[in-house]
Design a protein around this ligand. Structure first.
Ligand code: NIG
Ligand code: FE
Length: 407
C-alpha cells in the first residue's frame, strides 16, 4: 500500500506550497476554513490538528496551523470539527428507473442474488422518459452529495441497445465527467451472446463513445466470459476509453486476471479472490475496488480487504449504488461496513473512500487536500474521522464544499 494511505500520524507541520503572503495576495474570492480539529490531507503533511485551509479559485492554496492562517475574503469556523477530502465514489449505476424492493425482500427471506434482476431494471429504464431518468440521477447525486460525495462515477448498463446506452451516458454526462459505458452488463433476452458482443464492440461502442470516459464489463458466469471480456476491453481501449471491470463478484474466476493483464484502472467487487489474484493485484497498477454495500444487500461474505492491504494492493471503497444489489448512495455507510466487517482501520477506510477512489479513476486532483488539489471536502460533525465508523448511520456530514464552493 502506498505510504500516504496509512498516514495518520499527527503532524502540526510546516506550511505547504504557497506561503501565507502568496495566498493573501491572490485572496480575491478566497475562503478560509479555520478551527479544524483534525484535518486529513492524505498528503505529505499527513493529519494535522488545530489546522486551517485556504481555498483560492476552487483549489487548496494553503494548509497549516490555524494560528498561522492568512486572511481571506470569507471564513468558516470549523469549531473543532474534522475536515476530510470529499468522497470519491468510483462505482455507481445511477441511470435507471424503478426499484427492486420486492427482490430485496425475497432475498432477505432466503432467495439468492443472481444478477438476473438486471433485466427487470432494463425494461423499466427503456420505458422511462429522458426527464424521468434525469430526475432520478439528480436525486441520487444530490443524496450522495449530502453524505459527502463530491465525485461520482456513473455507469450505463440498463439500456443494452445502441440508442439506450448512448442515451444513458448522455444523461450521466450532465452530472459527472466520470461516465462509464457498460453495454456489457448482461446479454439481453433473445439475443445470441456472440451477436451481442459484436454489437457492444462495434455500433454500440461508436454510439456510446462521445459520452463515455470508461468502458466496463461484467465478467461473471451468466454474464460475459473472460475471452468476451478481453475482447470488449480491447475494443474500448482502441476507441480511446479507459478500462475497468466487474470481477469475481459472485464466484471465483478470471476477471481479476483479465483486469491486470489489460492494465485496467480498477477491478471491482473482488469478493472471491485466490491468493494468485491478490498477488496479481498487489503487483499491478489496477486498484481493487471493494463494494461492501453489495455484500450487505445480497447477504454475501465480504471481500478479504485485509489480505489485499497486507499484500500491498491499492484498495478503493465505493457504493455500487444500483436498484438491485446495493441501493445505497452512502459512502459513510460503506466505510462503517469496511471497518466493522472487513477489518479495515478507520484511516484505511477513509483513504480508500477518497484517495483510493481517485486512483481507481486515475485522477490526482481529488481524494486529497494538498496544496493544488481541487477543493472538494467535507466538514464532519465530529472531532475525528473515526466517528464515520464509530457512529454508523448518523448523518455526520455537516457541510460539503465542492470545487471551493460551499453547497
Ligand atoms: O455491480 N454486477 C453487476 N452489476 C451490478 C448489479 C446490478 C443489478 O443487480 O441491477 C453490481 O452489483
Ligand atoms: Fe456494479
Amino acid at each position: 500500500m502506498s505510504g500516504d494511505a496509512q498516514s495518520s500520524a499527527t503532524d502540526s507541520g510546516a506550511e505547504s506550497g504557497a506561503t501565507g503572503s502568496e495566498a493573501k495576495s491572490s485572496a480575491m474570492g478566497s475562503l478560509l476554513i479555520d478551527g479544524i480539529g483534525e484535518l486529513t490531507t492524505h498528503g505529505p503533511q499527513g493529519t494535522l490538528t488545530g489546522a486551517a485551509l485556504v481555498i483560492v479559485d476552487g483549489r487548496v492554496a494553503w494548509v497549516g496551523p490555524s494560528e498561522a492562517a492568512p486572511a481571506a475574503d470569507r471564513r468558516i469556523d470549523a469549531a473543532g470539527r474534522a475536515v476530510i477530502p470529499g468522497f470519491v465514489d468510483s462505482h455507481a449505476h445511477l441511470v435507471f428507473a424503478g426499484d427492486r424492493a420486492a427482490e430485496f425482500a425475497a432475498r432477505m427471506a432466503g432467495e439468492p442474488y443472481t444478477g438476473g434482476g438486471i433485466r427487470t431494471t432494463v425494461a423499466a429504464t427503456r420505458a422511462a422518459s429522458d426527464d424521468a431518468l434525469r430526475a432520478n440521477v439528480g436525486r441520487l447525486v444530490a443524496e450522495a452529495r449530502r453524505q459527502g460525495t463530491t465525485t461520482v462515477e456513473v455507469k450505463s448498463g440498463y439500456g443494452l441497445t445502441s440508442k439506450e446506452e448512448s442515451r444513458a451516458l448522455r444523461i450521466a454526462g450532465e452530472f459527472t465527467t466520470e461516465t462509464t459505458y457498460l453495454g456489457a452488463h448482461v446479454v439481453p433476452e433473445g439475443v445470441p451472446a456472440d451477436e451481442y458482443v459484436r454489437l457492444v464492440c462495434g455500433p454500440m461502442l461508436s454510439a456510446a463513445r462521445p459520452y463515455a470516459r470508461w468502458i466496463d464489463v461484467f465478467c461473471e458466469r451468466g454474464a460475459f466470459d473472460p475471452d468476451q471480456a478481453r475482447e470488449i476491453l480491447r475494443a474500448g481501449l482502441a476507441a480511446g476509453l479507459g478500462t475497468r471491470i466487474h470481477a469475481n463478484q459472485l464466484g471465483p474466476g478470471e476477471g481479476v486476471r483479465v483486469a491486470v493483464e489489460s492494465d485496467a484502472a480498477s477491478a471491482d467487487h473482488c469478493t472471491h479472490l485466490s491468493p494468485a489474484d491478490i498477488d496479481a493485484l498487489a503487483g499491478s497498477g489496477t486498484v481493487a475496488t471493494l463494494l461492501p454495500g453489495a455484500e450487505f444487500s445480497t447477504r454475501s461474505p465480504y471481500p478479504d480487504a485485509r489480505a489485499l492491504l497486507d499484500a500491498g494492493a491499492t484498495v478503493a471503497l465505493a457504493t455500487d449504488c444500483n436498484p438491485g444489489s446495493s441501493y445505497t448512495s452512502s459512502m459513510p455507510f460503506c466505510i462503517a461496513l469496511a471497518v466493522r466487517e472487513m477489518r479495515m482501520t478507520p484511516a484505511e477506510a477513509l483513504w480508500a473512500a477518497t484517495a483510493g477512489g481517485a486512483r481507481a479513476l486515475r485522477r490526482d486532483d481529488i481524494g486529497h487536500l494538498d496544496v493544488g488539489a481541487r477543493a472538494d471536502l467535507s466538514i464532519v460533525d465530529a472531532p475525528s474521522h473515526v466517528h464515520l465508523a464509530y457512529r454508523p448511520g448518523v448523518p455526520l456530514i455537516h457541510q460539503v464544499i465542492q470545487g471551493g464552493e460551499p453547497i
